[in-house]
Design a protein around this ligand. Structure first.
Ligand SMILES: *Cc1c(COP(=O)(O)O)cnc(C)c1O
Length: 429
């Protein structure tokens, strides 16, 4: 297939994420990728700023992960998980129990982040069913959140970004506290928790769970909030008897500078969702890690089992590559890498603060965000980045990057310089 044929068929027949069929934006055909470089079919090479949406933390085509996948494929690519088990699943569960906050001991494998969020929410509902409190079946979350694209996940995404009015009557209506205003690194302000605490006080009798992204709000706004907020949420959940679901699908595995973002606040959630970087970006896999007591309570209720079981649950290829990816991370000096990345992003993006088109620049761990005052012109800005040899995929008013941890200083410099240059050019248009 020629390059043109490929793009023409794609344009006619394939739906890309969050796109229009009648007014499609350009897509770029990829030939291969290695390390932090994506090679396009037309021969151009792009330094990757996105880690393919948080997932490719070790870079593309890592020899160890590729070898693991090949070996596992030669032995066992898939087998149903009902009534059967296998070493990749057991090894991965063992390492997840090991590295997640103490007290999280029970692993449920799911096939994507959204499914993991669905699973965690179902566990919270079944927990209170088992506890003889079936009226506790609603959720509280905070604004500016993002928890996935399936219907029930959408019901706890930010109501404005998530277009709740469009799905009115279909999405269950849950409670939304004001988003935390107190940023990571600011002085804690007591009133920041008041909206959340008031909703807890009013509605705890009907709440089974609180779901939120700890410290880093991802696709809902790319904001970093104060660890004290999370500690207060934990205390209020304990006080009112509501389960805390931490969605670490974006933040898990070191991205925020701690292995899990909950670690910034020393908070242990009742249920923890991981996904994205779990397999180092090789395959889709996610997991919910829960306190043992949750499993026991679910099992005590009707019908005595947890009501979920995906066809490709604990896929051996995905579990094997996840084991290798987690091991690779733990064997590496990821703290130093992420810290260096943080400094490089801070330095490299700082010039954007001077631009009149820029609202704010913020950096935490391996995440760099330039928030614009107006939504960017996607077609123009995407072409501008590709022209400069980098891959950055903004959305709305947010130009953000979270490169693979292994990105070298010079490549990071090229990436951040390209962002500054493209945004500077954008001001002159
Ligand atoms: C990406 C993401 C999800 C959804 O994961 P998918 O694998 O895309 O279904 C859920 N929660 C958070 C915080 C995410 O960043």
């Amino acid at each position: 297939m020629t390059h043109d044929e490929l793009l023409a068929f794609d344009r006619e027949h394939i739906w890309h994420p969050y796109t229009s069929i009648t007014q499609p934006l350009s897509v770029y055909a990829v030939e291969s990728a290695a390390g932090v470089r994506i090679r396009l079919k037309d021969g151009r090479e792009l330094i990757d700023g996105m880690a393919s949406w948080w997932s490719v933390i070790h870079g593309y085509n890592h020899p160890l992960l590729t070898a693991t996948l090949q070996e596992q494929a030669a032995r066992l690519s898939h087998v149903m998980f009902g009534g059967l088990t296998h070493e990749p699943a057991v090894q991965l569960a063992r390492s997840l129990v090991d590295i997640t906050p103490k007290g999280l001991d029970l692993v449920f494998f799911a096939d994507s982040g959204s499914v993991a969020v669905e699973v965690a929410m179902k566990m919270a509902i079944q927990y209170f069913h088992g506890a003889g409190r079936p009226e506790k079946k609603r959720f509280l979350t905070i604004r500016s959140g993002y928890h996935g694209d399936t219907l029930h996940c959408m019901s706890v995404c930010d109501p404005v970004n998530g277009m709740h009015q469009l799905f009115a009557g279909v999405l269950p209506q849950y409670y939304f506290a004001e988003r935390p205003r107190c940023c990571f690194g600011d002085v804690w302000q007591e009133e920041d928790i008041s909206s959340f605490s008031q909703l807890m006080e009013e509605h705890h009798d009907e709440l089974c769970g609180v779901i939120l992204e700890p410290i880093v709000q991802g696709a809902g706004g790319m904001r970093f909030y104060h660890p004290e907020y999370l500690r207060r949420v934990r205390t209020l959940c304990d006080h009112y008897g509501v389960l805390l679901i931490a969605d670490e699908i974006a933040t898990g595995f070191g991205r925020s500078g701690k292995l899990f973002a909950c670690n910034h606040a020393d908070v242990v959630p009742d249920l923890l969702c991981v996904g994205k970087a779990l397999t180092g970006g090789y395959l889709s896999l996610a997991a919910v890690i829960a306190r043992k007591e949750i499993g026991e309570m679910v099992s005590a209720g009707e019908p005595g089992v947890f009501m979920h079981g995906p066809t490709f649950m604990a896929n051996p290829l995905a579990c094997a590559v996840a084991c290798s990816s987690v091991q690779l991370l733990l064997d590496s000096d990821w703290q130093t890498q992420v810290h260096t990345l943080e400094q490089g992003l801070e330095q490299g993006l700082a010039p954007c603060r001077e631009f009149t088109s820029v609202e704010e620049v913020r950096v935490l761990g391996g995440i760099g965000v330039v928030e614009m005052k107006e939504p960017v012109d996607m077609e123009w800005i995407q072409a501008g980045f590709v022209e400069k040899g980098v891959w950055v995929r903004p959305f709305g008013r947010l130009v953000y990057v979270m490169p693979p941890y292994c990105i070298e200083t010079e490549d990071l410099k090229i990436l951040t310089t390209a962002i500054c240059d493209v945004l500077a050019e954008g001001q002159l248009r």
